[in-house]
Design a protein around this ligand. Structure first.
Ligand code: PAF
Length: 281
């Protein structure tokens, strides 16, 4: 992979990497298109990374439509698809069917315990470890991540800064279905009823954005208004609804300087996330 990456990037040319876990949708393709627009060559990795899944999470059933993904990427004119096996990425695998156990981890202290990191202990350690490995293997100049995983973005930006990775991180906007649901590979788990119920995530964010636009600055009041939408949608279990600084992920009291409004909720057993960035006023 490294040799192929070097061949794609003669002196002065920029290689873009779009790291994914496959089961591609328009959100991923928007990252690929951004990479094509900003780079001379584009590599996409497809790897369902076992180390970022908790013991009771959906690793085993995570969709893996590899041929479909590969065709989509070919149509987008991607130069390289890197789809390694778990063994290739992690070497020794303790339990082949379930999870890999590297001895060396990359952990962004503090940030990794916030938002999704609080609900999913160990999740961001798995993400930063695999993204470090992908950066070392592919050696991209630029890497593209979706804004939908806002906490992941903050953690990766911090890792790149702390460890001096020579990689520019580009965040791309959330891509939504026509009715507002943020695109996610996990939307495939939802049945028709749950698909409708899932809209509460977007609705709650729109409510907060509307109130902020109307002049409300108090983050406690804004968050309460967002959470209230979930009281009306009993079948959806709220994990968190928080208004935080997009870089530190610490709660803010006032949104005048801009803020990240982030939500995670369970629709049935499917955990979905979404967010919106409030502009500074
Ligand atoms: O966002 C994802 O799909 C994954 O967390 C990533 C960045 C590909 C690491 O496995």
């Amino acid at each position: 992979m490294r040799a192929a990456s070097h061949a794609l990037r003669p002196a002065g040319k920029r290689l873009g990497l779009v790291p994914t876990m496959g089961a591609l949708h328009e959100g991923h393709l928007s990252l690929v298109r951004a990479a094509r627009a900003q780079c001379d060559a584009v590599a996409v990795s497809i790897f369902v990374n076992p180390t970022q899944f908790g013991p009771n999470e959906d690793l085993a059933r995570y969709p893996r439509p590899f041929e479909r993904d590969r065709e989509m990427l070919e149509q987008e004119g991607v130069d390289l698809v890197f789809a390694p096996t778990v063994e290739e990425v992690y070497g020794t695998v303790a339990d082949k069917s379930v999870r890999a156990t590297p001895a060396t981890w990359v952990t962004v202290e503090d940030l990794s315990g916030k938002l999704d990191g609080r609900s999913r202990p160990g999740h961001f350690r798995g993400v930063t470890t695999v993204v470090s490995k992908l950066f070392h293997i592919v050696e991209p100049d630029v890497a593209f991540f979706g804004q939908k995983d806002a906490a992941q973005l903050a953690v990766i930006r911090r890792m790149v800064c702390d460890l001096n990775f020579p990689v520019e991180i580009v965040a791309c906007p959330i891509v939504r279905e026509a009715d507002g649901l943020a695109m996610s590979s996990r939307n495939a788990y939802l049945d028709a009823t749950q698909r409708k119920e899932a809209l509460v995530l977007h609705r709650s964010l729109m409510r907060v954005e509307e109130l902020a636009r109307a002049g409300e600055r108090d983050a406690t009041k804004l968050a309460a208004a967002g959470r209230a939408e979930f009281v009306k949608e009993k079948s959806v279990r709220l994990d968190y609804f928080e208004i935080v600084d997009a870089e530190t992920l610490d709660p803010v009291a006032d949104v005048s300087a801009g803020a990240l409004v982030a939500v995670a909720a369970y629709v049935g057993t499917t955990r979905l996330i979404d967010n919106v960035l409030l502009a500074a006023t």
